[in-house]
Design a protein around this ligand. Structure first.
Ligand code: FRU
Length: 433
């Protein structure tokens, strides 16, 4: 009932973070934290899928397995070296059952993009640089000048989140260069990613304190990220462990449409699966600010227009599934709600410069009210992607809010009020090939 139609999900089993996002030999590869055995975290492998267009996906065989269930192949990234695909990841051993280092960094190589050979002298980083460092994981590697550089998540004294920085010439011997960034609001930083956008260095990272993805934008100088601006990469409740692609010109990011605090609320485990990826988004810099918009390719999913109106009112949506995109252009204030026959409701409003999303009555997993300040234009635009168990809200191609919602009915009534408006709803196609 809650299986998504146009979002990537694991069909069976458990999925968390996107890993190893890479454009390689004309295809997009996505790996992910995966437990094929049951819809619960554990026995973590690297699941694998491939796409020609970032929209339609095909599942491939599992790329990396742990030695046994007390081990795990944790998050990491992918790069291309000498024509081969190289995965860089954290290998985890549960200290309750194993001796030695809990988290070490490893690599694996592939000639064909399907079969992976673990490097025989793994690990390539065998311990944290200092004793008081924990959560030593999630390597994201990129190319800078004539070197490889790695950012790694961690925490210090069980108190402060940190991003560690390493460089290498061959992906095998790594030099520790120090801490480039700290965040005192969280005990540890997970899944850091350092990218260059519009001439700025942008660090994207996940925090366990609020289970959200943040960004810090500035300049990496003398081993530190000098921050000019910080903020949320997504303002909703369900977006975590985001990562950008290696090898694309645009900066494209995907996050896990879920978070550790709220996972237990989601009813999909009964259906044998757990975990959804966000739609791919493009990041760009405008007016010195980091902005986010859905990738253009998503428009190719539009199967047909099932509604178009230009006056305020209440309208029936001609659909039998929660799988559509609402596109709304307006001036002044806006109030828009989608309702099902079970009195479930998704409500979005814009009043002056406050955008508000209310998912409290969206379905059986409940929800929240989120408010965020937005920059108004002469005309404003909202796009909502509704898909069985999630809604992603984009305002003016600049900010995003993501939520898991689990309605028992179909949101097939639209209620909309605004000064001037055009509202269109497109049915979106299934993505599996
Ligand atoms: C983030 C995370 C990573 C870790 C992985 C384990 O959600 O906790 O830090 O590598 O999940 O599955």
């Amino acid at each position: 009932m809650f299986k998504p139609n146009y979002h990537f999900f694991p069909i069976t089993g458990w999925m968390n973070d996107p890993n190893g996002l890479i454009y390689w030999r004309g295809k997009y590869h996505m790996f992910y934290q995966y437990n094929p055995k049951k819809p619960r975290w554990g026995n973590i492998c690297w699941g694998h899928a491939v796409s020609d267009d970032l929209v339609h996906w095909r599942h491939l065989p599992v790329a990396l397995y742990p030695k046994d269930e007390t081990h795990g192949v944790f998050s990491g990234s992918a790069i291309e070296k000498d024509g081969k695909m190289v995965l860089v990841y954290t290998y985890f051993r549960d200290p309750e059952y194993n001796e030695g280092e809990k988290e070490v960094q490893c690599i694996a190589t592939s000639e064909d993009g399907v079969n992976f050979m673990e490097y025989e002298n793994n690990p390539v980083i065998s311990k944290p640089p200092e004793k008081n460092i924990h959560a030593f994981r999630d390597p994201k590697v990129s190319r800078a000048g004539d070197k490889w550089r790695m950012v790694l998540g961690s925490g210090k004294d069980q108190r402060i989140g940190m991003v560690l920085f390493y460089t290498s010439e061959d992906l095998v011997r790594w030099s520790y260069e120090g801490v480039i960034f700290e965040d005192e609001s969280t005990k540890e930083i997970e899944c850091p990613d350092l990218v260059s956008i519009g001439g700025k260095d942008v660090l994207i990272y996940s925090v366990t304190s609020t289970n959200s993805v943040l960004f810090a934008l500035g300049e990496l100088k003398e081993g530190k990220l000098i921050t000019e601006k910080r903020g949320f990469l997504d303002h909703g409740t369900d977006f975590y462990a985001a990562q950008t692609f290696f090898g694309t010109e645009r900066i494209i990011v995907i996050g896990w449409l879920q978070n550790w605090h709220r996972t237990d609320l989601y009813p999909t485990e009964k259906e044998g699966w757990n975990g959804v990826m966000s739609l791919p988004r493009e990041l760009y810099l405008e007016d010195s600010d980091l902005k986010v918009k859905p990738i253009e390719e998503l428009k190719s999913l539009r199967a047909g227009k099932i509604l178009e109106e230009n006056t305020p009112g209440t309208y029936g949506i001609n659909t039998d599934k929660n799988s559509y995109e609402v596109c709304c252009k307006f001036q002044g204030n806006l109030s828009l709600s989608l309702r099902s026959e079970f009195a479930e409701e998704l409500r979005i409003s814009v009043e002056e410069d406050v955008l508000r999303v209310d998912t409290t009555r969206s379905g059986i997993s409940g929800g929240v009210i989120k408010e965020v300040e937005v920059q108004r234009g002469k005309n404003d635009k909202i796009r909502l992607f509704v898909d069985s168990c999630s809604v992603e809200v984009f305002f003016n191609d600049s900010i995003a809010l993501s939520f898991r919602v689990h309605p028992e009915g179909i949101y097939n009534v639209l209620d909309v009020e605004s000064c001037f408006l055009k509202v269109s709803i497109y049915e979106l196609e299934n993505i599996w090939i």
